[in-house]
Design a protein around this ligand. Structure first.
Ligand SMILES: Cc1cc2nc3c(=O)[nH]c(=O)nc-3n(C[C@H](O)[C@H](O)[C@H](O)COP(=O)(O)O)c2cc1C
Length: 172
């Protein structure tokens, strides 16, 4: 009979990674304003006081259903475009919606939006899709018009920190 092989370093690392909760940040970042908001979210999520959470970010055009299935909570970031969310974030939802529909219900999410004059249509679009996915809004959405102020970036920080800290409490 073949003897069971001891776990190698890689296997052990994979097992450790699987028990660690993961926050996935899916973002469309086409300009410096969006980049500053994305960075603030990531700083909040990675705050040293929040321990034991794996933070992963993916551009919306590169994120996959596997990324979504392997995470435990989500932050979405988008521009407002033509009265809706960015085509990039919409593409993300088109890609992951059905593959993730059953497995990700009740998972926490939050989102931030940036526009020049009105992000309401983008917010409604996201609300509608995540209602279908049955994700759970876990933080106040952040909406910024024009150049992000310090308060706006603080709100982005708070968004990232809230989602990450929430995962330390979640019963997965
Ligand atoms: C094709 C196009 C459509 C846009 N539609 C909207 C919109 O409906 N509402 C809005 O507030 N901003 C809109 N914007 C502005 C973008 O949201 C804005 O350029 C983006 O958030 C990046 O901001 P920044 O250029 O100030 O860095 C649009 C921009 C483009 C290029």
């Amino acid at each position: 009979m073949k003897e069971a092989r001891p776990l190698g370093r890689h296997s052990a690392a994979c097992q450790t990674a699987r028990v660690m909760a993961r926050l996935l940040v899916v973002h469309h970042t086409p300009s410096p304003a969006l980049h500053s908001m994305f960075e603030a979210v990531m700083r909040g999520a990675k705050d040293p006081s929040i321990e034991g959470i794996d933070i992963v970010s993916r551009p919306a055009l590169a994120a996959t259903a596997i990324d979504v299935l392997e995470a435990d909570g989500y932050v979405l970031g988008s521009t407002a475009n033509l009265g809706y969310m960015s085509g990039a974030l919409k593409h993300f939802f088109d890609l992951v919606y059905y593959p993730c529909l059953e497995a990700t219900q009740r998972r926490p999410y939050g989102f931030y939006l940036h526009g020049n004059d009105d992000t309401e249509g983008a917010r409604r679009g996201i609300d509608k899709i995540v209602t279908g996915l049955q994700w759970r809004l876990a933080a106040e959405p952040v909406s910024v018009l024009g150049t992000p102020s310090k308060d706006d970036l603080d709100a982005c920080w708070e968004l990232g920190a809230t989602l990450a800290a929430g995962l330390t409490l979640d019963d997965r």
